[in-house]
Design a binder for this molecule. Structure first.
Ligand code: XIL
Length: 424
């Protein structure tokens, strides 16, 4: 990795991510929001900087005192009334400050991200606005999966992935590529009856084509996703059966050859606490590293349930970090058994907080990603019957207690480590 030492609270870790040049936020999405919209962010406020008369300033201060505190962490989506200010005809004033964005409170060296789908970026401006303003990284929820990218042999459908990348670059966000080889994402045209050599070629070509195309634009890849069984052994897949256990190392090597600067992760679920599966993953990563395979990080999906009690999150993340890899929370959501109740949402908030705390407690934790940020677009109801309400914002994009818990946790950080929107 082209590496440079990080500054801030996690100064021991190196990562090319943190040398990335910041690009300007797209003015279109940052400032041209519907007037009733929630989140004219601090960032938007900065881009509105204009000379302001002292009188107007006094009015702003007065208006803030009355209304600002009330909305700072409330669940109110309407901006505070600033009629006294907006009525002043000749003076342009900055929008009233709103609550801080998550990305603005993250410590240096840790990105906060969300999975996202390019479709909604154009269809739903409020979704796009929140994604751009709250998060410093995005993960392609589906657009970069093999079956979606290469629907027929050698025919690539780049549009969805490209859209997300463009959005991310316009919003100074890192892109987390998901995923080069996932257990559920192999296209139908890949025929299990093919001889091993052909399967290997098809897999290698896919990995090489995708990683090369996005070379330098995707900061980290989930190279192999969900490779392990619940007992910690390699899952019984076509690849294991046909290519043998060495397929994992091969995919990492091909990805590294195609973009030596990308950070390469192995990603799985059910490994965030100390489980048998986590033990297996630990052993596997240790072996891969000893064999010189370019595994840079371990991703902990963290699809949790509101009444889960993951065992020793911090200790578990640390034992992986001790292997010399980065760790990342890659797909956090906390599903709630429906109907949701205030008590369940509070418990959910506590879990979100606990996972963030664990990441922040481990120097090598480089990113904290939620699997979608709004209940309106979450995968949970479609995949976990009877569950839902798993995200930080509800279906109307109103922040939930879980969002407030993350903000609260971030505001407790010592000042020296807060206030940097993204480590780059
Ligand atoms: C899910 C997406 O969120 C859904 O939209 C899609 O239909 C199925 O896949 N672990 C993973 C992700 O690694 O790829 C899955 O994403 C969620 C579980």
């Amino acid at each position: 990795m082209g590496a440079e030492r990080r500054t801030g609270s996690n100064s021991g870790v190196t990562d090319r991510l943190f040398t990335k040049e910041r690009k300007p936020t797209t003015p279109a999405l940052a400032v041209s929001q519907p007037s009733g919209m929630v989140l004219a962010r601090a960032r938007a406020a900065r881009s509105h900087r204009v000379p302001v008369l002292p009188v107007a300033l006094a009015l702003v201060v007065a208006a803030l005192l009355v209304t600002g505190l009330a909305v700072a962490y409330g669940h109110e989506r309407t901006p505070p009334a600033v009629s006294a200010v907006t009525a002043t005809p000749t003076v342009q004033v900055p929008p009233a400050p709103q609550r801080p964005a998550l990305r603005d409170l993250m410590p240096s060296g840790v990105r906060i991200g969300s999975a996202a789908d390019g479709r909604w970026l154009s269809l739903d401006p409020e979704y796009a606005e929140l994604l751009g303003s709250e998060f410093g990284a995005v993960t392609a929820e589906n657009a970069m999966k093999w079956g979606n990218l290469e629907p027929s042999p050698d025919v690539y459908a780049w549009t969805g992935a490209d859209q997300l990348l463009t959005f991310a670059e316009q919003h100074d966000q890192a892109v987390y590529g998901h995923t080069l080889l996932g257990q559920n994402d192999v296209p139908k045209w890949v025929d299990p009856a093919w001889p091993a050599a052909r399967l290997r070629t098809v897999l290698r070509d896919h990995v090489t084509t995708v990683v090369s195309r996005y070379r330098g634009r995707v900061w980290a890849w989930d190279v192999v996703n969900e490779a392990l069984d619940e007992d910690g052994s390699l899952r019984d897949t076509l690849w294991l059966r046909k290519l043998g256990p060495g397929y994992v190392a091969d995919v990492f090597r091909w990805a590294h050859a195609a973009d030596p600067g990308a950070r390469l992760f192995i990603n799985d679920y059910g490994v965030e606490g100390r489980t048998r599966k986590a033990d297996g993953l630990l052993a596997m990563v240790r072996d891969l590293r000893r064999a010189g395979v370019p595994v840079d990080g371990v991703g902990f999906q963290s699809h949790l349930q509101w009444d889960d009690r993951p065992r020793d999150l911090v200790g578990n993340l640390r034992r992986f970090a001790q292997l010399g890899v980065s760790v990342a929370i890659t797909e956090l959501d906390v599903r709630v058994e429906l109907p949701e109740t205030p008590a369940k949402l509070d418990r959910q908030a506590a879990l979100y907080r606990q996972v963030l705390k664990a990441c922040l407690a481990v120097t090598e934790c480089v990113s904290f990603t939620v699997w979608g940020f709004t209940d309106a677009r979450s995968w949970i109801p479609g995949y976990h019957e009877g569950y839902g309400a798993a995200c930080l914002f509800d279906a109307a994009l109103v922040p939930k207690p879980a969002y407030a818990a993350l903000i609260d946790e971030l505001r407790r950080l010592p000042p020296r480590s807060g206030g940097v929107s993204s480590p780059g």
